[in-house]
Design a binder for this molecule. Structure first.
Ligand SMILES: NC(=O)c1ccc[n+]([C@@H]2O[C@H](COP(=O)([O-])OP(=O)(O)OC[C@H]3O[C@@H](n4cnc5c(N)ncnc54)[C@H](O)[C@@H]3O)[C@@H](O)[C@H]2O)c1
Length: 401
């Protein structure tokens, strides 16, 4: 079969997740990495039938707003965090340099002071209005597509978490939203502008962050009209993955959850941005939303996220679940999860790139709810329980062409 090159455009191209994606993809393309953690590698003949993109056929580029190189970012993950095998930056230096050459200055737009502090003027594409920013992003995407002769393009947002968007200030229809894009009071933040630019250029969009991205009725409408599939929001990689596995267990046994307390500590750059109370609010809302839907009632709950620099990329969560059983007897469950943030996230990004490409080739448009298993705040479905989400994903994969 002729090679079909697929573009993978990472917004936040030198962040921890993006760097691990770049190193992981280079290692997979050379056949030097085990496929542990990759869901699409477990599909066997179904994967062949679905025409999953071979790892070597992805061409990576992206937007970034910080100076530095991917090799430096990989070295930081190796040395400071032990989050990549030692020697990775040198071993994959050629692949990382090729991606670096395709990274363009991103846009910062209502991104909040924590993100703006990361981004010196020379690393940011100037834009006075939302429409100008969309135009600048779109030009980069189209240049990437043409220069590399890509058959299709997937844009994955893995940039720092923005503060929550004031959705009440955003029109519900595309025509209404479009009319606000030149104004000084347009309430969209950069993640939504990236999503719009991708949709306008016909690229599928995955939002791996808690930021708003394409999760607005007007943007979803535009995606449907432009026949572009979307998936989001906020990758479900660690503590919330466990929550969405355990909460259905309490519901199935009719054990009453009285309270669920989750304390998270992490030390990477994502954690530093989340130390800002505005940015933290977006993550906490995303982590808190799901308990009520799975249990059918709202237990007392508390989610905290604290930046502890010494933890590096090793996010640690301690959860205390207080519950009540037969005759009102109180009991508790406690667990501690320690995961390497980037190593948990990167394979999901790679799986999502392959799967949203399947959706695009099937002609699907708008939010693909069947990909909900990958997200804390899934778009296109109200299902949060992991078991049900995995069943929905399996049915979607097996759907006749
Ligand atoms: N690692 C996980 O397990 C996990 C799980 C779910 C969600 N996420 C989300 O993924 C995102 C990335 O996480 P990370 O650990 O890689 O963070 P990171 O801070 O290491 O990387 C984010 C990168 O985005 C860049 N950036 C910020 N604003 C930008 C903009 N407007 N345009 C282009 N680039 C921009 C930053 O300079 C930085 O290099 C975060 O929002 C995080 O909450 C991560």
């Amino acid at each position: 079969m002729a090679e079909r090159r697929v573009g993978l455009w990472l917004v936040g191209a030198r962040g921890g997740v993006a760097t691990t994606v770049a190193v992981g993809l280079a290692a997979l393309a050379r056949g030097e990495a085990p496929t542990t953690g990759l869901v699409t590698e477990s599909l066997g003949p179904l994967g062949v039938e679905l025409g999953l993109v071979p790892w070597r056929d992805f061409c990576v580029g992206g937007h970034e707003v910080r100076p530095g190189t991917l090799a430096e970012a990989a070295r930081e993950l190796e040395a400071q965090h032990g989050a990549l095998p030692s020697g990775s930056a040198d071993r994959y230096a050629a692949e990382l340099a090729a991606i670096d050459a395709r990274v363009r200055p991103g846009v910062v737009f209502r991104s909040g002071s924590a993100i703006e502090a990361l981004a010196p003027a020379g690393c940011v594409a100037p834009a006075n209005t939302a429409r100008e920013a969309i135009g600048a992003i779109r030009r980069d995407l189209e240049e990437f597509r043409e220069t590399n002769q890509l058959a299709s393009l997937v844009v994955v947002i893995v940039s720092s978490t923005e503060p929550p968007t004031d959705t009440s200030a955003i029109p519900a229809t595309w025509d209404g939203l479009d009319a606000t894009l030149d104004g000084a009071d347009c309430a969209l933040r950069a993640s939504s502008l990236y999503a719009i630019a991708a949709i306008e250029s016909g690229a599928a969009v995955v939002n791996f962050t808690p930021s708003q991205g394409a999760d607005l009725p007007a943007i979803e409408e535009r995606a449907r009209r432009r026949s572009v599939p979307l998936a989001g929001r906020d990758g479900k990689t660690g503590e919330t993955l466990l929550k969405s596995t355990l909460a259905p267990m309490f519901a199935a046994r009719r054990l009453e959850v009285l309270s669920w307390v989750s304390h998270n500590i992490l030390g990477n750059r994502d954690g530093a941005v989340l130390a800002d109370p505005d940015n933290k609010r977006a993550k906490v809302e995303s982590k808190e939303r799901l308990l009520e839907t799975m249990l059918g009632y709202r237990p007392e709950s508390l989610v905290s996220i604290e930046h502890i620099a010494s933890m590096g990329d090793w996010k640690t969560a301690w959860d205390h679940v207080h519950f009540r059983g037969f005759l009102g007897v109180p009991m508790s469950l406690q667990f501690t999860w320690q995961g390497c943030d980037s190593a948990l996230a990167a394979p999901l990004v790679l799986d999502l790139a392959r799967l949203i490409d399947v959706a695009a080739r099937r002609g699907e448009s708008g939010a693909v709810g069947a990909l909900g298993a990958f997200f804390k705040s899934p778009q296109g479905t109200t299902e949060h329980a992991l078991g049900e989400q995995v069943r929905a994903l399996d049915a979607w994969l097996r759907r006749p062409r």
